[in-house]
Design a protein around this ligand. Structure first.
Ligand SMILES: NC(=O)c1ccc[n+]([C@@H]2O[C@H](COP(=O)([O-])OP(=O)(O)OC[C@H]3O[C@@H](n4cnc5c(N)ncnc54)[C@H](O)[C@@H]3O)[C@@H](O)[C@H]2O)c1
Length: 382
């Protein structure tokens, strides 16, 4: 089946190479409000049709859309696209309010089209190795995981990177919908891969505390926040989100602890991905870590067979595999790698964390998006 794809928002072009590598898939349309940028990108990448207005692109014969516009547009555009009969691959996060997440779930359930959230960190090769090792029981029973997203984005909140002279004082969407929020406003990169290691479980409650405002008090977002997610099984995940502190980036730090071993991502300065397993027979001391690279045999086959071009796709090749899974879901009915239920739950951690941090770290109950939810249950329980 030939598939025509339209991309909305410049960031979505990171998916271009992936689409072009699949037979019968074509990116035929690009949409962006910024007319100069739209024309320049369409020319650069040879995309035949351009649209400034998203709905105009939906009115064409495309089969699928990538939504890579600012976060606060995701749900509205996803609903419009599904209702126009298009499959949707949407950037993170899924939405910006709890109401929106219910609208999204209901629309996806009523649609026969694919919705997948493009959480690329799940596809980081090291996270995939750990995933396979969890599945094969090498860590025993896993019961604790961590994810950290440390990325100073203050500079992205003001001015337009493409036109810095004209817009040096203009506040961008990130000023409001990211740094204008409290708590873990951007949780999915940290949470997604870890939740994949706790397959079959779900987040039941969360609590969030922050440091207060020391670095950049002009933003509502505190320097750092820590969110604890208690799973239905009683297991625990800890998130740290820090998009304010003055420090080097570490946007993909993860750990996992099980009864038989543990994994830690690098902290920087020569550090490496490392694991320790009881089955190694080593004593549990600092010297007995082994590099995760000793375990690349647990990488999925498609990663081992990837071409040099695929490996160079953005985010360690992740953007390539996301696109393949999305097309597989469209063509073969494979369940989307990150479906609407994961998308809503992981996104809701951020939305509930805002209420938690504003109420002294109060524990907030996570609704179960997977159920048949009556309106009376679509509430934020205090
Ligand atoms: N997965 C990742 O690693 C990752 C990384 C960065 C950003 N993101 C996500 O990608 C999305 C975009 O982020 P960004 O950094 O590219 O933002 P950006 O502000 O740099 O770019 C957004 C683009 O969308 C366009 N746009 C805005 N409103 C539009 C509309 N109504 N219709 C069509 N185009 C419109 C803008 O002109 C701009 O070109 C966000 O949701 C963000 O959370 C994800």
């Amino acid at each position: 089946m030939a598939i025509k794809v339209g991309i909305a928002g410049a960031r979505g072009l990171s998916a271009l190479m992936g689409f072009r590598s699949i037979e019968g898939v074509e990116v035929t349309a690009l949409c962006d409000l910024d007319a100069d940028y739209l024309d320049a990108q369409a020319r650069k990448y040879g995309i035949p049709h351009t649209y400034r207005i998203f709905e105009d692109m939906l009115a064409t014969d495309i089969d699928a859309v990538v939504i890579a516009t600012p976060m606060q547009l995701h749900v509205g555009q996803t609903i419009a696209a599904l209702q126009a009969g298009k499959h949707v691959l949407c950037e993170v996060t899924a939405g910006v309010t709890m109401d929106e997440l219910w609208w999204l779930k209901e629309t996806v359930e009523a649609s026969d089209k694919v919705y997948m959230m493009a959480e690329n960190c799940c596809y980081i090769p090291e996270n995939q190795i750990v995933n396979r090792m969890v599945e094969e029981g090498l860590f025993g029973t896993v019961y604790f995981g961590e994810g950290e997203y440390i990325h100073d984005i203050k500079a992205l909140a003001i001015g337009n990177r493409r036109n810095p002279e004209k817009t040096s004082r203009t506040k961008t969407w990130r000023h409001y919908w990211q740094l204008g929020k409290r708590g873990a406003f951007y949780p999915t990169h940290s949470l997604g891969p870890v939740m994949k290691w706790f397959k079959g479980d779900r987040i039941q409650s969360i609590a969030c505390m922050g440091t207060g405002w020391h670095t950049a008090p002009e933003f509502r977002q505190e320097d750092t926040s820590i969110t604890l997610c208690q799973l239905e099984s009683g297991k625990l995940i800890k998130l740290r989100i820090d998009c304010i502190s003055n420090r080097p980036i570490n946007a993909a730090y993860y750990t996992l602890q099980g009864t038989e071993g543990c994994y830690e991502a690098p902290r920087g300065l020569g550090d490496t991905h490392k694991i320790w397993l009881r089955s190694m027979g080593d004593k549990a001391d600092q010297a007995s870590w082994r590099p995760l690279s000793d375990y690349t045999r647990y990488l999925p086959d498609r990663y081992k067979q990837a071409s040099a071009e695929q490996q160079q796709a953005e985010h360690g090749g992740s953007d390539f595999y996301i696109v393949h899974d999305f097309i597989d879901a469209i063509r073969n009915g494979t369940p989307p790698a990150v479906d609407v239920y994961d998308a809503c739950e992981w996104t809701a951690v951020g939305l509930l964390s805002e209420l938690s941090v504003m109420n002294g770290g109060r524990v907030m109950e996570m609704p179960d998006f997977r159920g048949a939810n009556a309106y009376k249950d679509q509430i934020i329980k205090l």
